[in-house]
Design a protein around this ligand. Structure first.
Ligand SMILES: Nc1ncnc2c1ncn2[C@@H]1O[C@H](COP(=O)(O)OP(=O)(O)OP(=O)(O)O)[C@@H](O)[C@H]1O
Ligand SMILES: [Mg+2]
Length: 469
């Protein structure tokens, strides 16, 4: 969203010129011709910045400033002072104005001051948000778990948090790698300093480099200004290199250098800049495989692998499922205005026997959707999605000549999907025991064999060795 600026001045020529300038630079501008009008606007709308004349008829700028601070203490005010009223400007600063500028204003100077104020305000807010996050979410106590494997991890993490040791977090998608990285940072002595997250897979190669290390003006086409990179931004704090397995080789070399030398070089720059950062890296990929394939540097791996932590999959800690369900029911209570309070034992049982390839994130999404779907106060198994189809052959919907789908065809597809899901689920639960599944489906064994054939299910997948039907 554009930043909203309120311009207050009784000088019409100045108002018109300033509004034009600000609008040309992408700001949303409102105007007020005197203090009273300004006060009214501020109580109606939230502004990101007020630009006010100091000397006005009626309510003067100082008075207005005091009222603004009373209504909305956060909104920054820049005072415009006429020649010779510097002393009053200083007084304004003392009363809480962010800055002042003398009339006649230099356009560039005005824009620079405005941008600086807005940027500072953004940072303040960010800091505030992060502080909130610390207290509400990322203490270890809030990483929900009761499993032995996680308990061991918590113990390790507590020790390592207090140090500057590089941590490598490994684990399948959705196992909580990012949550853990945040927990480590916010439990470390660096917690008051920034945690900068870099998602290595999300950026193109050239962008990634300047994103990480910054660039000098003119380093490449489009680099019109000098810019600091994330490593510099994180100075004193922590850099979280998420999806480290996706960093292109030539950047791996540069990363290695940062880890070894604790200094960076901006793109197009020629002097090393020292940085003090703690590194946490994470990946869901198998780095050993990547090394064998030649797409991950071995020396970088050893630099990162100082303190590896492998997060268990949800399948390996199903005892956490009831606890996590409870946690997510509370977290998303607002979705049903607090109506949905619990999950039925049968629903929990179903969740415990689900494979959860997407791990905790998948469970979280399932609970979120179930809360929305459920009518009463309890989630039942019917509110949960059936198991993913796995290797079942998809049913192709036939359409008529004009592309329409017949109702009967549609029903056939739904029946097919439901039946195949059920069959797969039961085969999984009963390790491919046809007799047991036939009894559950109330058909004979021949029918089950026919359906297995029809759905293209690979029955051997569900059978442990030595078991027969
Ligand atoms: N132990 C836990 N307790 C509560 N919530 C958790 C726990 N672990 C993970 N979550 C939640 O599950 C979701 C996924 O976690 P996170 O983003 O940390 O996973 P990830 O391992 O980084 O996944 P990916 O590899 O896909 O990036 C988040 O919403 C997170 O809050
Ligand atoms: Mg992640």
């Amino acid at each position: 969203m554009n930043n909203r600026i309120l311009v207050v001045d009784d000088d019409q020529a100045f108002r018109i010129a300033t509004v034009a300038l600000l609008e040309d630079n992408g700001f949303t501008v409102s105007v007020a011709t005197d203090g009273a009008e300004a006060q009214k606007r501020i109580s109606e709308t939230e502004f990101d910045l007020v630009l006010s004349d100091l000397v006005m008829e009626g309510m003067n700028g100082i008075e207005l400033l005091q009222r603004i601070k009373a209504i909305s203490s956060e909104v920054p005010v820049i005072m415009i002072t006429g020649f010779g009223s510097i002393n009053t400007a200083v007084e304004a600063m003392r009363l809480g104005a962010y800055d002042y500028i003398t009339k006649p204003c230099d356009n560039d100077e005005l824009l620079i001051k405005i941008r600086r104020v807005l940027e500072e305000r953004r940072k303040d807010r960010e800091l505030y948000r992060l502080r909130e996050e610390i207290t509400t979410q990322y203490s270890f106590g809030n990483i929900v778990s009761r499993s032995e494997s996680m308990k061991k991890i918590f113990k390790l993490v507590r020790q390592v948090s207090e140090t500057d040791v590089t941590v490598l977090i490994l684990g399948e998608t959705g196992t909580g790698k990012e949550l853990l990285a945040k927990a480590i940072h916010y439990n470390s002595p660096r917690k008051e300093k920034p945690l900068v997250v870099i998602t290595c897979s999300a950026l193109s190669e050239t962008l990634l480099e300047s994103e990480l290390f910054g660039h000098e003006k003119g380093a490449f086409t489009g680099a019109q200004k000098q810019r600091t990179g994330k490593f510099e931004d994180a100075n004193g704090g922590t850099v979280f290199l998420d999806e480290i397995g996706d960093v292109p080789l030539h950047l791996q070399t540069k990363l290695l250098r940062v880890l070894q030398e604790k200094e960076i070089e901006r793109v197009g720059g020629n002097r090393p800049i020292p940085v003090d950062v703690r590194i946490i890296a994470a990946t869901n990929r198998n780095l050993q495989d990547l090394m064998k394939a030649g797409s991950f540097r071995e020396d970088l791996y050893y630099r990162l692998n100082v303190f590896p932590i492998s997060l268990p999959t949800l399948r390996e800690r199903i005892e956490d499922i009831p606890l996590l369900v409870e946690h997510f029911l509370q977290k998303y209570a607002a979705l049903s205005n607090g109506r949905v309070k619990r999950a039925a034992p049968t629903a929990i049982a179903m969740m415990v026997s689900t494979t959860w390839r997407g791990n905790i994130r998948e469970l979280e999404n399932v609970i979120k959707r179930a809360i929305i779907k459920t009518d009463g106060d309890t989630i039942h198994s019917i509110d949960l999605p059936a198991q993913p189809l796995g290797d079942v052959r998809p049913f192709a919907l036939k359409t008529s000549d004009n592309g329409e789908i017949r109702f009967k065809e549609y029903i056939k597809k739904i029946t097919y999907d439901a039946e195949s899901k059920y069959l797969v689920e039961m085969l999984e639960r009963h390790q491919g025991n046809i007799k047991a599944v036939a009894e559950l489906m109330e058909v004979d064994r021949k029918t089950i064999y026919r359906k297995i054939e029809e759905f293209g299910i690979d029955i051997s997948k569900y059978r442990n060795s030595g078991q027969s039907s």
